[in-house]
Design a protein around this ligand. Structure first.
Ligand code: SF4
Ligand code: SF4
Length: 207
């Protein structure tokens, strides 16, 4: 029958409309004022309205969500090198970046002038970045990761949207908070690599 699809669609909308009132009745004000209420509204099993009151409420993003890269640095309480940046300035991320929005200046030893494995400057134009995640995938040192921070609007494009090394740097603990599973997998992989390296060295030493 002509218009049946429209009626079916309206039925779904109406069902959600009614379910929202049922949920409101069950939860009371807690549905809009507590963390549990927010989680219930965002859960796949919710039946009523899923709308959130942005910016007061923010949608939880999945662990694999990616929005603009950041550079990993050691936490301030690191026993040997607090704040040390993991990037070795190898330049691989800049090479693989499809829109070429990464710019790195390799660090130099002030006395010898020889290159050091650390960037002197590191810039990403986040307006050009398309959040593909290639830089993070290809970095051999786990030094660049995709962030979850999607609130980047500003009135000044030139001043605020070219991120420098300082703005890009975030501690490892931050990465562990936003992507605990990936961070743990990477930690285990790094440890396995280190163990294999030491075993190889030991073998050479004996040989
Ligand atoms: S690939 Fe990793 S280590 Fe190499 S320059 Fe990029 S962030 Fe630094
Ligand atoms: S996420 Fe993609 S576009 Fe953005 S800096 Fe990394 S490689 Fe470039």
């Amino acid at each position: 029958m002509y218009g049946l699809g429209i009626l079916k669609g309206l039925r779904v909308t109406f069902k959600h409309f009614i379910d929202t009132y049922i949920d409101d009745f069950k939860w009371g004000v807690r549905r809009y004022t507590t963390v549990e209420g927010f989680e219930a509204r965002q859960s796949p099993s919710t039946t009523g309205l899923v709308t959130i009151q942005y910016p007061e409420e923010k949608m939880a993003v999945p662990e694999r969500f990616r929005f603009v890269p950041f550079l990993v640095v050691n936490d301030d309480d690191h026993p040997e090198a607090p704040g040390h940046i993991w990037c070795t300035s190898c330049g691989i991320c800049a090479k693989v970046c499809p829109p070429q929005c990464i710019w790195i200046v390799r660090g130099k030893d002030p006395e010898t002038g020889r290159p050091v494995p650390e960037p002197q400057a590191f810039y990403i134009d986040i307006d050009i970045c398309m959040n593909c995640g290639y830089c993070a995938e290809f970095c051999p040192f786990d030094a660049i990761k995709m962030d979850h921070d999607y609130e980047l609007s500003s009135y000044d494009r030139t001043g605020h949207h070219v991120y420098d090394k300082e703005k890009l740097s975030k501690p490892l603990s931050y990465w562990q908070t936003i992507a605990p599973t990936r961070a743990e997998q990477e930690r285990l992989a790094r440890e396995a690599k280190e163990a294999a390296k030491s075993a190889k060295k030991g073998k050479r030493g004996r040989g």
